[in-house]
Write a protein that binds this ligand. Sequence first.
Ligand SMILES: Nc1nc2c(ncn2[C@@H]2O[C@H](COP(=O)(O)OP(=O)(O)O)[C@@H](O)[C@H]2O)c(=O)[nH]1
Ligand SMILES: [Mg+2]
Length: 292
Amino acid sequence: MTFKSGYVALAGRPNVGKSTLLNALLGQKLAAVSRRPQTTRQRVLGILTSDLHQVVLMDTPGLLDPRYAMQDALLKIAVNSISQSDVLAFLVDSQKGWHDEDWNYLQKYRRKNTIVVLNKIDAVPKEGVLELIAQVNQATGLDRIYPISALRQFGLKELEAGLIELLPEGKPFYPDEMVSDQPEKFFVAEIIREKIFELCGAEVPYATAVIIDEFKEQEGRKDVIKATIWVEKRSQKPILVGQGGHKVKTIGINARKEIEEFLDRPVFLELFVKVKEKWRNNESDIRELGLS
Ligand SMILES: Nc1nc2c(ncn2[C@@H]2O[C@H](COP(=O)(O)OP(=O)(O)O)[C@@H](O)[C@H]2O)c(=O)[nH]1
Ligand SMILES: [Mg+2]
């Protein structure tokens, strides 16, 4: 049999479960997941390789109507990923049903090979899922519709088989031991960002960017990681720092545990909180913070 390999874009509106699906398909946590929309800020690659195929999954920021410069940059990343893909896997949140917006984005970005993934079926009664499949099929004319739960890991085998079926024949793009194209440093920053989303209310997480200033591996000693959490207003700094530094300390402890799991070695993590006024509205700041 000939080897098959290609790129699959996991795309859809914010919060439909794209990052959760990437992690579930890889059986490893790569992408930051959160209950809030717009946690994903970069294209994250996850590479699934077997003897017969290589599926290069691209997690992407959510499709939305951009309201500020950072959202413009995010939408561009998503649209570029879709245009580079061999297969578009368009995710829909089954709990929310099929919306006009899903239909609009699907029409706009549809590729020759497009499948629809109905995620979160664990939260919907079976009849609801069957109705949704019929509805999506009628609206889009697509018959490759996969009901899954990324969280509970239902339907993933069928989905994976469906993706492989659509891959073009070709050599692998990456060595078979490679799981992502991003360096460890990137995932460390993502883990810290995820903890900020978990621990800080409302607006602040969206106003933050995490930059790893130092990542030093040391023979026989713990690795040293120093990171800065950038916020965009003076008033946001005390919210992140907390009473007597309590908040940033908790972010640090939670992040360190997960970073150690991810790297499979002990680390020393130091966090700083700094202000860069209105960075989300400033294109050069967005570039400097590595977001475009
Ligand atoms: N019930 C349920 N929740 C899910 C499922 N997949 C993802 N979620 C939740 O949906 C939220 C958004 O997930 P995330 O992967 O960050 O979505 P993204 O914005 O599309 O990347 C998180 O709270 C996830 O735990 C699923 O299959 N079932
Ligand atoms: Mg995401």
